[in-house]
Design a protein around this ligand. Sequence first.
Ligand SMILES: [Zn+2]
Length: 459
Amino acid sequence: MTRLARPAGHDPRGTLRDTLVSRVDIARKVAVVTSLDRPALDAWAAQALSATVEHACRNSPFYTDFVPAEVARAVAQGRPHAFEALPFTTREHLAAAYPLGMLAVPRREVIRFDESSGTGNGRPIAAFFTMADWLENNLTVAGLLAAVLDERDVAAIAVPYELAGVGQDLDRAIEILGCTIVPLGAASPSCTPDRMVDALLRSGATTLVCSGTRALFLGEIARRRGIDPRRDLAVSKILMAGEGASPAKKRRLADQWDAVAYSMFGMTETNTLAMFCRERELHLVETRTFFEVVDPGSGERLPDGSVGELAVTTLASRAMPLLRYRTGDVCRIEAAPCTCGSPLRRLQHRGRIGDRIPLGERWTSQLEVEDIVLGAMTTEPYYFAFDIDGDALQIALPPTGADDATRKSIEAAVRDRLGAATRFRVLDTERFETALRTSAKPTMRNFSAYGGGGTAGEG
Ligand SMILES: [Zn+2]
């Protein structure tokens, strides 16, 4: 029998002890940073920002080439406005650097490799973490989730786990809080929506973590099986991840489940960027990331309160630092303090730039259409598809939800809010539900994909 060669002086127990001690040190660091008040946080962030730029420009193959040396030097010297001279990083840069071009530490220090195919052209991008990166994320997110979760909670997690840092991060963070986890995943053949509903029932889940669209779908599956989510299931909190949610969708979920719906915001390449508080406001995770809102056209930085594109810079990511990464999300940052007492500024998410839809002379978005349609619907199932037909909005409703009153209400809201006419179609419910079952990230769009069977009434 061959034996593995061990280096002289190898001490497995010592290695384990060192690993655990380093984890305690990481936890202490997170505890310090997450208890800073606003002025101290700003001072810490300024230091972390210049350290990130230096690390990225020295160690990331991408940034070594990408950032002009004089700009990197000006940031290191702390010159005013030097940071704003840094070029923006885009998703295309990350796709071109795939798989290892963004990696800023030796391979042996990487403990996770995640991927996202995103919503755009489908080219993959990679995300890496060192042990410190990962643990700091988990502990930071756990600290924020503690606003509404504790060890009495049973959390059913129905988000993609495969290659997805956000799903895994939420799982670890919720585990740290001592909750019971029911790992449902998303769209896996071994855990169908029916089985998810069974698991919610049997586990006594108090918390459902998933996209708002999936939560509406699971509520519908339960209802059809004679299980009333309000009466028969213990879910009182829905933590929404993976897609934006309109106010109407949150109200629908609250009705359907007798639960409070909370929003989270993050992406594979950045991890969690914003987390809800007990007041249901969304707070920026400024202990991990530096946030700017910029003019999508000129790239000029806009003051707090302006609506523009969110750009993020990591403050403590060793494996994959990102500098001024344009997220493609339309956002507004609110600096006024929240009643929850958090020093973290608040984020209002207004949808994705790529999701802006031309409608006649105006622009609309998936979130706006969703707000109108879900706000008007009175009969389950609460889903629909839509498309633009010239200067009119085409909306496909399930046959059961297309009564006169609902259609009139939608028509009036589309006219008042979007200045457009509405044409109704019948949603091919079966096709739509197949998409909900099989898609890791189901949404309420793609009218043509989900089918709008025959016409249903006036244009
Ligand atoms: Zn708050």
